[in-house]
Ligand binder design. Structure first.
Ligand SMILES: Nc1ncnc2c1ncn2[C@@H]1O[C@H](COP(=O)(O)OP(=O)(O)O)[C@@H](O)[C@H]1O
Ligand SMILES: [Mg+2]
Length: 321
């Protein structure tokens, strides 16, 4: 299967500023991709190039097999774009605006009413209250964002490009937008940018991380987490035996690579590093039970994607110095 989005050696300079530095990635059809990076990483620039709003300095980008430089009309037809700052007409009413946009996109007159109603429904513009009759300048930031999203899906594009769709929203709106992105992912390939990791992790099947204009990682959140140095670790608290004896017995349990004793309380806390691909919790439990010791806790110290993000972006910042 050919990828829906292909970016190869993409570079963009704004005068002396190297905003995107030789970035390559591919996105398969039907995926929801989080495009993650700190402010100034080059996310908006990359998305503007993908949506034909900006020319690249060098490199190529294709959407559904069409070059964004040579076949920009074909690309625009297949893309719905929610820019960072949604350019809405403040004095228009929502329904009027969306019908106008549908006309601009070439939706035939007899289809516009239905198309607008469907997009409004999908972007929750009809509930809990009907905002379709309201003026755009009277809408909250959250509703404006939804109008922008409805606008982006009017022509049923194969690909949705959303630039920081949750910026400026309150926590409830952020949660709703997350649901919406998830829903949209059933029918579209979605790439959405964010500088907030938690947001991306929950809805994306894959994340692409950029920092300082460079691609630092791409993969499933779970796989990236695995790459965090250290990987899975267990925190174990037990008592009943001599500290070093308990540690050395635990170390002998199948699937355990290393044991480190922490603290010196009555309950001895140990950090257990499993052998790659092993989860030795049942074996630890068995060992403790067999010796008649007491176990208070076995907890997975999950490396978070946050750790990964910090490690990767810090490494990129360092290599730039
Ligand atoms: N029009 C522009 N002119 C000059 N520099 C720009 C312009 N747009 C963005 N930049 C710079 O390019 C870099 C990447 O910006 P941007 O793509 O907006 O990053 P992000 O969306 O990840 O925050 C930043 O250093 C930014 O200051
Ligand atoms: Mg941006």
């Amino acid at each position: 299967m050919k990828p829906m989005i292909e970016v190869e050696n993409l570079t963009k300079r704004y005068g002396p500023v190297l905003a995107v530095d030789n970035v390559s990635f591919a996105v398969d059809e039907g995926k929801v991709i989080g495009f993650l990076g700190p402010n100034g990483a080059g996310k908006s620039t990359t998305l503007k190039i993908l949506t034909c709003y900006l020319a690249a300095t060098s490199g190529t980008a294709r959407v559904a097999g069409f070059s964004v430089f040579r076949d920009s009309m074909e690309v625009r037809r297949r893309i719905g774009y929610l820019p960072e700052n949604v350019p809405l007409y403040p004095e228009m009413r929502v329904r009027e605006y969306l019908r106008f946009r549908a006309r601009l996109r070439g939706v035939p007159a007899n289809r516009r009413k239905v198309v607008v109603a469907q997009a409004a429904e999908r972007c929750w513009l009809t509930q809990p209250m009907d905002v379709m009759r309201r003026r755009i300048d009277q809408l909250s930031k959250g509703y404006r964002q939804r109008v922008g999203l409805a606008d982006a899906i009017l022509h049923s594009p194969q690909v949705l490009v959303l630039d920081e769709p949750t910026i400026g929203l309150d926590p409830t709106q952020i949660r709703e937008t997350r649901h919406l992105i998830h829903d949209l992912g059933r029918e579209h390939t979605v790439i959405f940018s964010s500088h907030i990791l938690g947001e991306v992790e929950q809805v994306s099947q894959e994340v692409i991380i950029i920092a300082g204009g460079k691609l630092v990682a791409q993969g499933r959140p779970a796989d990236l987490r695995q790459q965090v140095s250290g990987g899975l670790r267990l925190s174990v608290e037990m008592r009943g035996g001599d500290r070093s004896a308990m540690a050395s017995e635990l170390k002998k349990a199948p699937g355990v690579r290393d044991v480190e004793v922490l603290g010196d309380g009555e309950w001895v806390q140990m950090r257990v590093t499993p052998a790659t691909g092993h989860d030795p919790r049942p074996e630890i439990f068995k060992t403790v039970a067999a010796r008649g010791w007491q176990l208070r806790e076995i907890r997975r110290e999950m490396a978070s994607l946050e750790d990964f993000f910090i490690q990767k972006t810090a490494a990129t910042a360092k290599s730039k110095d």
